[in-house]
Write a protein that binds this ligand. Sequence first.
Ligand SMILES: [Zn+2]
Length: 126
Amino acid sequence: MTTSLKRQFTGVIYHEMTHIRQLNGKGQAPGGLIQGIADFVRLQADLAPPSFWARLGQGDRPDECYNVMAWFLDYYNSLRYGFVAELNKRIREEYNSGFFVKLLGKTVDQLWSDCKAQNETGHYKL
Ligand SMILES: [Zn+2]
């Protein structure tokens, strides 16, 4: 197995292992968020394959695809360390989009707009 293939395989395992420990608000949490958290873990482990993953601020909505959500979560986790862990804890029993307001002070739409604008100004580059 090549190094690149091992790395991608390991990234997939990180993603899937996250699902084992993850709850989904008793089915209420959006699938894009659940998948995005799993890819956030992969991103945090530095196992995101750069060739096909989106970058921060790409896409039209944070839940457009798994890795767009992962970058969105990573951005806000960088501003408030532990945010994703706290969000994950809160969706154990239920899901409420108000969790974003409680944790970050803004709605998901506002956060997405801020994230897009921040990326365009180049203040958050990886
Ligand atoms: Zn998944």
